[in-house]
Design a protein around this ligand. Structure first.
Ligand SMILES: Cc1cc2nc3c(=O)[nH]c(=O)nc-3n(C[C@H](O)[C@H](O)[C@H](O)COP(=O)(O)O)c2cc1C
Ligand code: SF4
Length: 443
């Protein structure tokens, strides 16, 4: 690292990126950006302190920037930070890198390639809300990401860079283990199941203390906003949903992988950024298995924002986009996913355990047998019964996925009913962890 006379690394004076990529500006697929290179490029985190109530000036900047969470729901980050700062106690920040969505790669890519950007953001968020400990949660199967983060934490500790301490935890690779209360529960008890009971995590989370849980990508954005300001952040994206976001594009595209796009970019342009479709597309799964199928022909121009997707019946979720080919059977592919999702229930709430299993059984029957006329109606009925009945939102996400399957692949269902079997070409398996590689434990 080269230092100028003031002790400020030269890289600190580097100009903010004017266009994309922002987060991924320094990313290299085959290497981790080490602390020296990171400091040369960005300088140390711009610490700004917090008052005795745990409210730092960064909080105001994050509010001005309009940063929203990148972990799924798109909740305003400053509101969550304020809620934690408002509660007395030994506040804690959790950087959520669990990334339980099987096909999503963006958090693992960030943690493996640019761990210091995430750790900067977590430490800055901690300082802004008056926390002294940061817990980084990375799912156990993500070995490369875990190793990169452990190495990065050790390097920062040796350099005495941060006014906060870091702890790395590795919850099992279960779909719901990344839900905020499940991460907190894992830290507290070693069991990665959601605990959706009042009071909120912002009041009593890790060790019963006020806890801020943010997705690791959210924290990486926060690290750049702290350096380059709210107006810089707002130069991309829409006024309600500013900035850039990471998306994982998979399926029938020429260059599948993680891309950084401005929020509001049309879905079609995002597919083109991933090399374009390799064949005719029937549908896009947007938001992962917690999201919805959308008809490819209807959504080419749909802007990728939480608001626009909500109107279009979808959700941006973790930013996963799967391009599904027209030659294949979306019903068969979705039935396999529904089975996986039923198996991933945390087994604590009746409607989630029995309802998701019944939905998966019925969808499988629709896809593999000659279903009687009541089968489809029964499946709709299960969706109506299950929605809103879990202690966490997991079953609602599965209902959204199943309902969109019934809507978007309605012609496949009719064909199956008419022909008594699937006549589509070979159906690609949507990404699921192999049974032998799955974590079946919750500890
Ligand atoms: C079933 C379920 C699974 C989730 N999995 C993850 C996950 O793997 N990673 C993540 O960051 N957020 C996940 N979330 C969202 C978290 O509960 C939480 O909202 C998020 O980590 C907050 O960060 P953000 O505000 O920065 O997005 C999940 C939510 C649900 C309901
Ligand atoms: S709804 Fe399902 S995943 Fe959520 S707490 Fe209940 S059993 Fe667990």
């Amino acid at each position: 690292m080269t230092l100028v006379e003031t002790g400020v690394p030269i890289g600190h004076q580097r100009r903010a990126p004017e266009c994309l990529p922002r987060l991924l500006e320094a990313y290299r697929p085959d290497a981790t950006v080490e602390l020296g290179e990171h400091l040369e490029r960005y300088g140390p985190p711009p610490w700004r302190g917090s008052d005795r109530r745990g409210r730092g000036p960064l909080l105001h900047t994050i509010e001005q920037a309009g940063l929203r969470g990148r972990g799924g729901a798109g909740f305003p980050t400053a509101r969550k930070m304020r809620a934690v700062a408002d509660h007395r106690g030994i506040r804690v920040v959790v950087a959520n890198g669990a990334e339980g969505e099987p096909a999503s790669q963006k958090d693992k890519l960030l943690l493996t390639g640019l761990p210091h950007l995430v750790l900067d953001g977590a430490a800055l968020a901690a300082e802004a809300v008056g926390a002294t400990e940061v817990i980084v949660a990375v799912e156990r199967p993500a070995r490369r990401a875990l190793a990169a983060v452990a190495h990065a934490i050790a390097a920062r500790h040796a350099a005495q860079l941060d006014p906060v301490s870091f702890r790395l935890v590795a919850p099992p690779g279960r779909y719901v283990a990344g839900e905020a209360s499940a991460v907190v529960n894992y830290v507290n008890t070693g069991v990665a199941k959601p605990q959706y009971v009042p009071p909120r995590i912002s009041e009593r989370g890790v060790a019963g203390q006020p806890t801020l849980v943010q997705n690791v990508e959210t924290l990486a954005h926060l690290a750049l906003i702290a350096r380059y300001g709210a107006q810089w952040f707002r130069r991309l994206g829409t006024s309600d949903e500013p900035g850039s976001t990471l998306v994982t594009v998979a399926g029938a595209v020429a260059q599948p992988g993680v891309a950084e796009i401005a929020l509001g970019t049309p879905l079609g342009s995002t597919i083109m950024a991933a090399g374009g479709p390799t064949e005719e597309l029937a549908a896009m799964l947007v938001g992962g298995y917690y999201g919805s199928w959308l008809r490819a022909a209807d959504v080419w121009d749909l802007p990728l924002t939480h608001a626009a997707l909500k109107v279009g019946g979808g959700s941006l979720g973790c930013g996963l986009i799967y391009a599904f080919p027209a030659r294949a059977c979306g019903l068969t592919a979705s039935a396999r996913v529904a089975r996986y999702l039923a198996e991933e229930s945390a087994g604590q709430c009746g409607p989630c355990v029995y309802g998701l299993r019944a939905m998966a059984d019925t969808l499988t029957r629709l896809a593999t047998e000659t279903p009687d006329r009541g089968t489809l109606q029964r499946l709709h009925g299960y969706c109506d019964i299950v929605i809103g009945r879990g202690a966490c939102n997991y079953p609602d996400g599965v209902v959204g996925f199943v309902r969109s399957t019934l809507d978007v692949f309605a012609s496949e269902i009719s064909r199956h009913q008419r022909d008594g079997r699937c006549r589509s070409g070979e159906t690609p398996r949507l990404p699921l962890p192999a049974p032998t590689q799955r974590d079946w434990t919750w500890q």
